[in-house]
Design a binder for this molecule. Structure first.
Ligand SMILES: C[S@@+](CC[C@H](N)C(=O)[O-])C[C@H]1O[C@@H](n2cnc3c(N)ncnc32)[C@H](O)[C@@H]1O
Length: 299
């Protein structure tokens, strides 16, 4: 298969099957992949794949994973946003089976399993309590590294210190700086004194309400009477773009849908490239399809 230069893909939405298109991308050329493929048995996006049964999901995804692994740079990362479903009264294990395969067969290393908690998850059949479980209000975001090292920036994703901690850092309030005792009464390693890093480690639960009814994209969709049914919030993509790549890096979303990852990459001065299925041509990508970007411009 003839491979094109990576530059020829930058800043473009490419219409097609992501596996086929990725085959044309050179080896070790992408810094970060952030993506959310169709979940098993979910929506039919009108592609030849239709909906993917849970039992066949791993088989469906693995050739795509192989391409993602090949095109990532040695210090590149792959962030996979995915969720599972209940089948025959129990939660199906395809997500975990896929994760095992990505690590054991494709050669990815699991850096961190993140939980995206959506406090705005609406009540559903489980909320009546009759099925022996609650509704599921989170999805997974698996951060996988291609190699032994990967990029990671903590500063852009730090969360603001608690009010007690802010006071403590000013030498006031609860806690004792001389004893290295935090406001929570936990003791720090006594060799260290606590420094102000501008915010705390956000941890592995990312809380973002998926309520986008008033954003610019939805406004455009309403005007055109179109919409993408399964977008993730731009803040979710941003969390991984800011922490897993640097300005000027190349971010790819092979299942780009409405282009949320591209929007975040553009806003955060990264190059981007996205794949989407032909049917989505009708659903809203028209506004940005032919726009090319250069990192640092066009905000
Ligand atoms: C869960 S949605 C992604 C939504 C996206 N994160 C957003 O915020 O808009 C999955 C997308 O993958 C697309 N898709 C499904 N199979 C595909 C394939 N083989 N190649 C490329 N895109 C595909 C679907 O059309 C759908 O738009």
């Amino acid at each position: 298969m003839a491979r094109k230069s990576v530059e020829s893909f930058l800043g473009k939405f490419i219409c097609g099957d992501c596996e086929e298109v990725m085959r044309k991308i050179p080896d070790s050329s992408i810094d970060l992949v952030v993506t959310s493929p169709p979940y098993a048995d979910k929506r039919d996006y009108g592609s030849a794949d239709g909906t993917i049964p849970p039992d066949e999901y791993v088989k469906w995804f693995m050739p795509k994973a192989k391409q993602i692994h090949r095109i990532l740079k040695d210090d590149g990362s792959f962030v996979l946003n995915i969720s599972d479903k209940v089948v025959d009264n129990f939660q199906h294990l395809y997500v975990f089976e896929l994760l095992m395969n990505l690590c054991k067969k494709t050669g990815f290393h699991l850096v961190r399993d993140y939980i995206w908690y959506n406090p705005a998850t609406p009540p559903n059949v489980y909320s009546r309590g009759g099925y022996g479980r609650t509704k599921k209000s989170h999805e997974y975001c698996f951060w996988l590294a291609k190699g032994e090292t990967w990029k990671f920036n903590m500063d852009p994703i730090r969360k603001p210190y608690s009010r007690d901690m802010q006071k403590y850092l000013q030498g006031k309030g609860k806690g004792d700086r001389n004893q290295n005792t935090r406001p929570s009464t936990h003791n720090f390693d006594c060799e260290k004194t606590w420094t102000n890093n501008g915010g705390s480690d956000p941890g592995s639960v990312i809380e973002i309400a998926n309520t986008s009814s008033n954003d610019y994209f939805i406004k455009l969709c309403k005007e055109q009477q179109i919409a993408h049914p399964a977008r993730f919030p731009e803040k979710l993509a941003e969390f991984f773009i800011l922490s897993g790549s640097n300005e000027g890096d190349i971010v790819l979303d092979p299942f780009s849908g409405s282009g949320t990852t591209a929007a975040s990459a553009q806003r955060n001065h990264r190059h981007w490239m996205h794949r989407y299925k032909p049917r989505l041509l009708q659903t809203g990508n028209f506004t940005i399809r032919t726009r090319t970007n250069r990192a640092g411009r066009g905000r």
